[in-house]
Design a protein around this ligand. Structure first.
Ligand code: G4P
Length: 257
């Protein structure tokens, strides 16, 4: 994560909270006093990290019509807490075995920072999107704790466990376009984070061929989600341009009847 990689500012005093919440402030502070040679990369990193800029109200996806209430903030924090408990024992497939919770949090972060999304239902659904699929969480629980709207978006994001893996992969391609706008947003951010994660660190036992197959599959799913969020789709296009193959040869999930 970029936060961990940054050298400490302010001689270490309150460096982490500031780096997370308000990197622009650190940048100004560092400009105001001599910058030691070893800290110079911080300047470059912050300038090149538009994802860390505060989101101006006018740039939000909902143009400020859906300003967050304190209830919404409490529910988003509750969803973060709920997901972190549910995914407590789950690890990512990367060689480091990173805590799984990093994924739903990163998906929510992509939506707010890159996608400029501020609809609390979408952010909560992003945080909760793998709880039913991967843990003992039930839809009734999501309904009770977070309401029917969040539950129905999470349901759209949950793979049908009665299908085989190939069927699920194929189903995602064929039915992406039927999703609601809310679910499409989370699906786009979910794919972007998984692709970035694979680029950063190949999951254990994955070959380069499997990686290419995953990128091709993601491209085919995203084809049905287009026209939903321009910045996230542009970031996905960068990944597809780097790793997808142009071949028309059917990939394995397309051969499933
Ligand atoms: N990139 C990446 N993915 C990881 C990691 N750990 C777990 N995953 C999950 O693994 C899935 C991709 O692996 P596959 O082998 O294609 O799918 P599978 O889990 O269903 O077998 C993704 O979920 P999915 O539901 O199959 O795909 P998606 O619909 O969420 O994109 C992703 O969320 C990791 O470290 N890196």
């Amino acid at each position: 994560a970029p936060y961990k990689a940054l050298p400490k500012a302010n001689g270490g005093r309150d460096a982490l909270p500031l780096m997370y919440d308000a990197p622009a402030v650190i940048y100004r502070q560092e400009q105001a006093r001599p910058v030691p040679q070893h800290q110079a990369p911080v300047e470059v990193h912050l300038r090149e990290s538009p994802r860390e800029e505060p989101v101006p109200r006018t740039h939000r996806e909902d143009s400020g019509e859906n300003l967050m209430t304190s209830d919404a903030i409490m529910n988003i924090v509750k969803a973060t807490d709920f997901a972190s408990h549910k995914h407590h024992y789950q690890r990512r497939k990367d060689p480091e075995g990173s805590p799984y919770i990093e994924h739903p949090v990163a998906v929510a972060h992509i939506l707010t920072q890159l996608g400029k999304v501020s609809n609390p239902v979408v952010i909560m659904a992003a945080l909760l999107h793998d709880t039913v699929e991967d843990t003992d969480t039930t839809f009734e629980e999501i309904d009770r704790e977070f309401g029917p709207k969040v539950k129905s978006v999470v349901a759209e994001l949950t793979d049908n466990k009665h299908m085989t893996k190939d069927e699920r992969k194929r189903w995602q391609i064929l039915h992406a376009a039927e999703s609601t706008h809310e679910a499409k947003l989370v699906k786009l951010a979910d794919k972007l984070h998984n692709l970035r994660d694979i680029e950063r660190s190949l999951p254990v036992n994955w070959t380069e061929e499997r990686k290419t197959q995953y990128f091709n599959w993601a491209r085919d799913v995203v084809a049905g989600l287009r026209g939903t969020n321009a910045p996230i789709e542009a970031a996905l296009d960068v990944m597809f341009a780097k790793y997808c193959t142009a071949t028309q040869k059917p990939d394995f999930w397309k051969t499933v009847v």
